[in-house]
Design a protein around this ligand. Structure first.
Ligand SMILES: Nc1nc2c(ncn2[C@@H]2O[C@H](COP(=O)(O)OP(=O)(O)OP(=O)(O)O)[C@@H](O)[C@H]2O)c(=O)[nH]1
Length: 362
């Protein structure tokens, strides 16, 4: 059995703003939301995950070794917290989970099977909690039941159309040909929303959020954890290559500044299947004082300007994560955004496109 070390953890460029992504898990009754959530809690990439359950009782608290309970929140043995909420209490729970003392890295909301996910998303986007950032709407679909569910609940098309990522779960219950057809149908309904195929909700946590950014204390000299054991057992017996085939991660670094207009053209027409973008952008002379942290999930895009740290190398570093994306083509498109001709020198309006995506408080 191989023991993984912190050094082997997947790389990422964590945003410097201490904002906590809030991911919404939605899907019809029995599609596998709780299974996926339990899976994320077990293979959490070192993150402390705060969980908000939209309908009390749906989470298998028994299965997760409850360690202690404080008020309406529950501390779980593996460093997760969980609380039950109805929609009106959402802000209050977000407040609780985003207190610095809770040290939560990611919040996952499991929407009840019948919830209208767009209402939750609207509430999140409208929240004035400065510590959170929208982390995407993940719609889970039962591969075996999709046809029947769609007949009974045509509104599923609406849910799929606004999802940022679709997880086609229960892939073990249908054949390859049926899976292909389903992917096609889901792609059409979602207008190019990335679709990841899964069994028992096994989705690599890195697709949904960054690996934990606190290596010092907890990762450097740590004992083999339950998560490591579980991951190794899973790798040996379940052929984790299924997981890794489900998405592609592309790293991009540029030494020269990016042209703001061309980068915005790229982002405005970002290819189907691209689910997340994170990292830092150097716009050179267009804003010499700041680098721009970028965070995109699905159609949601934000830039956060911040002064260059003293001594930092002026680089653009991006990580793009998607399903069915062409890594080579993405890299080429990004390379074409690099400012390398004298006529590229940005004019005074060139940053307008970028500034549309800077939140007011940034
Ligand atoms: N065969 C198979 N069964 C699965 C898979 N994923 C989940 N299940 C089973 O499907 C059932 C429903 O899964 P849940 O995770 O409870 O689904 P849910 O969406 O949370 O359900 P509600 O809370 O009722 O909305 C459970 O018995 C799971 O074990 C899968 O990929 N394949």
């Amino acid at each position: 059995m191989a023991v993984r070390t912190a050094a082997e953890k997947p790389r990422g460029a964590p945003l410097s703003k201490p904002q906590i992504p809030v991911v919404v898990l939605a899907g019809f009754l029995g599609s596998g939301k709780t299974t996926l959530l339990n899976q994320l809690l077990r293979r959490n990439g070192g993150n402390r995950i705060g969980v908000i359950v939209n309908d009390f009782g749906s989470i298998e608290i028994d299965a997760m070794t409850v360690a202690g309970q404080v008020g309406s929140t529950v501390s779980l043995g593996n460093g997760c917290m969980c609380c039950a909420a109805d929609a009106s209490e959402l802000d209050e729970y977000l407040q609780t989970l985003t207190r610095p003392a809770a040290r939560i890295d990611v919040i996952v909301i499991e929407a009840s099977g019948l919830a209208e996910p767009q209402e939750l998303v609207k509430m999140l986007l409208a929240s004035d909690n400065p510590r959170i950032v929208y982390g995407g709407l993940v719609e889970i679909v039962d591969a075996a039941e999709f046809g029947a569910t769609r007949e009974r609940h045509p509104e599923i098309d609406r849910h799929l159309a606004i999802a940022d990522l679709v997880v086609l779960n229960k892939a073990d219950r249908v054949g390859e040909a049926a899976l292909d057809r389903l992917r096609g149908t889901l792609g059409e309904i979602g207008g190019g929303t990335p679709v990841i195929t899964a069994q028992y909700g096994r989705v690599d946590a890195e697709v949904l959020f960054d690996p934990a950014a606190r290596p010092e204390r907890e990762e450097r000299v740590r004992q083999l954890s339950f998560e490591d054991l579980y991951a190794d057992e899973y790798n040996e017996h379940d052929h984790a290559d299924h997981l890794h085939a489900a998405y592609e991660s592309v790293d991009f670094t540029a030494q020269e500044p990016m042209n703001p207009r061309r980068l915005m053209d790229f982002l405005d027409t970002r290819p189907e299947g691209l689910y997340r973008i994170k990292g830092f952008v150097d716009f050179g002379a267009a804003d010499p004082g700041n680098r721009y942290a970028v965070h995109a999930v699905g159609r949601f895009l934000r830039f956060y300007p911040e002064p260059w740290p003293r001594g930092a190398q002026r680089l653009t570093q991006l990580v793009l994560i998607g399903s069915g994306v062409d890594a080579g083509a993405l890299r080429k498109e990004l390379e074409a955004c690099v400012q390398n001709e004298p006529q590229d020198i940005p004019d005074e309006h060139s940053m307008w496109g970028v500034l549309r995506f800077v939140p007011e408080e940034a």
